[in-house]
Design a protein around this ligand. Structure first.
Ligand code: HEC
Ligand code: HEC
Ligand code: HEC
Length: 428
C-alpha cells in the first residue's frame, strides 16, 4: 500500500513537471525555431463584382480594435463567450466557418475561453449592425427578452435624449465587428443566411397569426413596438444611427419584387427577415425555425389592413444571373452615368453625389444614398438583390425604380448590377 502511494506521488509530480517542461519551457527555448502562422483563406469581391477566395494573411489589430480587446478583457465578456467554432452540433450553420490557425496569430493572450453561457463570438463581426450592438449592450433584454447577459450601461453617454456608446464602448464595438473578419466577405456567401428563397409559403390561419404574435413579442417588439409603429423600447433608449425600425402601420416596405409603391409579397418579407438588413439594426433571423418566420409575417401584416384587401400584384421576373465579363462592367458604368445614379451615389459610388446631402425619406428623416464601396448591402449581397433594387426601387426612400428606363431604353439591368457590386472590389 505504502509503495503504491509513493509511486502515485512520484508519478504525479513527474507528469506535472513533464507538462511544465513541454508546454512552457520547451516552447520558450525553441522560440527561434517557431514561426507564427498568419495564413488564412479569405473571401473577396473581385473586380467583376463576384465573390472569390484567395490565400491571405491575418491583419494585426489597429489601435482602436486593440483598445476594444482590452475593454472585452476588462469587462469579462470572455467569461461567457468562447471564440472557437467547432465542427459539431451545427455550429457552422449557426456561427459560420471554422477557425483557421492563422486567425489567432495576434491573439496574445488568446481569448478562446472555455465556457459558453452565451453564443460563440468567433465570427460575430458583421452579423449585426452597430445599432443592434448599441441596444444590446445598453440592455440585452430590450432586444432579446430572455437574455441573461448583463447590462453594460457604463459603456454609454447621453446625447440629446438618447444614449450612444462612449469611447470605451466605441472601441469595444470596433473589436466585436472585427471578430472573424480575417476571412473577409464570407458572410456574403454564407449559404444558411443567403438561401432565403425556395421554401413554400404557409397559409394564413387564425392559429398562424396567434403564433406569429408570440414570435413577434419575443423577437421583434423591442424595436418595432407593441403597436408595430417602430417605437419599441430599444430605439427609444438608444440612438439608432443608420435607420429607425420600420413602422408597419404605414405599409411602406423597401425590399420588394413588386413594382414601386406596391406592397411586398410574403416571399419578399421572408427573404428580408431571413437575411436581415446588413448595416442597420435589423438582425438576420436565419436561425429561427421556418414556421416562426412565416407566422410572424402573417402577424406583422395585420398592422396594415390593406394587406388583407388589396389583391396581390405581379412581381418582376429576375432571370438567372449571367457570368460577368469586363465588357459588362464597362457597360454597367455607362448605364450608371446615363441614368444619373451618380447624382446621389457619386461617380465612384461613395454615396457622395451632388444631391446626396439633401435626400430625405417619406418620414422626413435624412437618408444618405448608399456608399457602394463599403461592401455592406442593405438589400443583399447577390447580383439578384442589386437587380431587384435597381428595378423596383426602395419604397419610402428617394431610391427610384428604373423599370421604365429599362423598358423604354431597352437596357439590360445585369451590367449595372455587377458594376455596383464591383465598386466594393477588394484591393489585391
Ligand atoms: C453572464 C454572461 C455574459 C456576459 C458576461 C456577457 N455576455 Fe454576451 N451574451 C450572453 C448570452 C446568454 C447571450 C445570448 C442572448 C443574447 O443575445 O442576449 C449573449 C449574446 C451576445 C452577443 C450576440 C451573439 C450572437 O451571435 O447572437 C454578443 C455580440 C455579445 N453577447 C457580446 C458580449 C460582450 C462584448 C460582452 C462584454 C462586454 C458580453 N457579451 C458579456 C451572456 C453574456
Ligand atoms: C434591434 C432592432 C430590430 C429588431 C429586434 C427587429 N427589427 Fe426589423 N427592422 C429594424 C430596422 C432598424 C429596420 C429598418 C432598416 C432600414 O430601413 O434600413 C427594420 C425593418 C424591418 C422590416 C422592413 C423590411 C422592408 O422591406 O422595408 C421588416 C419586415 C422587419 N424589420 C421585420 C422584423 C421582424 C419580423 C422582426 C422579429 C423577428 C424584427 N424585424 C426585429 C430593426 C429591428
Ligand atoms: C435621388 C437619389 C438617388 C438616385 C438617383 C439613385 N439612388 Fe440608389 N439609393 C438612394 C438612397 C437614398 C439609397 C439608400 C436607401 C436606404 O438606405 O434605405 C439608395 C440605395 C441604393 C441601393 C441599395 C444599396 C444597398 O445597401 O443594398 C442600390 C443597389 C442603388 N441605390 C442603386 C442605384 C442605381 C443603380 C441608381 C441609378 C440607376 C441609383 N441607385 C439612383 C438614392 C438614389
Amino acid at each position: 500500500m505504502k509503495k503504491a502511494k509513493t509511486i502515485a506521488l512520484i508519478a504525479g509530480f513527474g507528469f506535472f513537471l513533464l507538462a511544465v517542461f513541454v508546454q512552457s519551457l520547451l516552447p520558450y527555448f525553441m522560440k527561434q525555431y517557431l514561426t507564427v502562422r498568419t495564413d488564412v483563406t479569405k473571401t473577396v469581391r473581385t473586380p467583376l463584382g463576384i465573390l472569390g477566395q484567395v490565400k491571405s494573411h491575418a491583419a494585426p489589430y489597429s489601435p482602436l480594435v486593440e483598445k476594444g480587446r482590452q475593454v472585452f478583457i476588462r469587462e469579462g465578456c470572455w467569461y461567457c463567450h468562447s471564440q472557437y467554432t467547432r465542427p459539431v452540433a451545427g455550429e457552422e450553420r449557426r456561427w459560420g466557418p471554422l477557425p483557421e490557425v492563422g486567425e489567432y496569430a495576434y491573439d496574445l493572450p488568446h481569448l478562446l475561453s472555455t465556457r459558453r453561457i452565451g453564443p460563440d463570438l468567433f465570427r460575430v463581426g458583421g452579423k449585426y449592425g452597430d445599432d443592434w450592438h448599441a441596444a444590446h449592450h445598453f440592455d440585452p433584454r430590450m432586444v432579446v427578452p430572455d437574455s441573461i447577459m448583463p447590462k453594460f450601461t457604463w459603456l454609454f453617454k447621453k446625447e440629446g435624449d438618447r444614449f450612444v456608446f462612449n469611447e470605451d464602448g466605441k472601441a469595444l464595438l470596433a473589436y466585436i465587428q472585427n471578430l472573424g473578419m480575417n476571412k473577409g466577405k464570407w458572410r456574403d456567401d454564407f449559404p444558411y443566411q443567403i438561401a432565403a428563397e425556395g421554401s413554400a409559403p404557409a397559409y394564413t390561419t387564425p392559429a398562424s397569426v396567434a403564433h406569429g404574435k408570440e414570435v413577434y413579442l419575443r423577437r421583434c417588439v423591442g424595436c418595432h413596438g407593441e403597436k408595430g409603429d417602430g417605437k419599441g423600447a430599444a430605439p427609444t433608449a438608444v440612438l439608432f444611427t443608420v435607420a429607425t425600425p420600420r413602422d408597419f402601420t404605414v405599409g411602406s416596405f423597401k425590399f420588394r419584387t413588386t413594382p414601386s409603391g406596391e406592397l411586398p409579397l410574403d416571399s419578399d418579407l421572408y427573404r428580408t427577415i431571413t437575411v436581415g438588413i446588413r448595416g442597420a439594426a435589423m438582425p438576420p433571423w436565419f436561425n429561427l425555425p421556418e414556421e416562426d418566420r412565416w407566422d410572424v409575417i402573417h402577424y406583422i401584416k395585420t398592422f396594415y389592413p390593406d394587406f388583407a384587401t388589396r389583391p396581390p400584384v405581379q412581381p418582376i421576373y429576375i432571370p438567372p444571373p449571367p457570368d460577368p465579363t469586363p465588357e459588362m462592367i464597362r457597360q454597367g458604368k455607362e448605364t450608371f452615368e446615363e441614368l444619373k445614379c451618380w447624382e446621389c451615389h457619386g461617380h465612384e459610388g461613395r454615396g457622395d453625389g451632388p444631391k446626396s446631402d439633401t435626400q430625405v425619406d417619406d418620414f422626413g428623416n435624412k437618408i444618405p444614398p448608399a456608399d457602394f464601396t463599403k461592401g455592406i448591402f442593405k438589400s443583399g449581397p447577390r447580383p439578384q438583390d442589386v437587380y431587384r433594387t435597381f428595378m423596383t426601387g426602395l419604397n419610402g426612400t428617394p431610391m427610384p425604380s428604373n423599370s421604365d428606363a429599362v423598358q423604354y431604353k431597352n437596357l439590360d439591368p445585369w451590367p449595372v448590377a455587377y458594376y455596383v457590386l464591383s465598386l466594393s472590389a477588394d484591393k489585391p
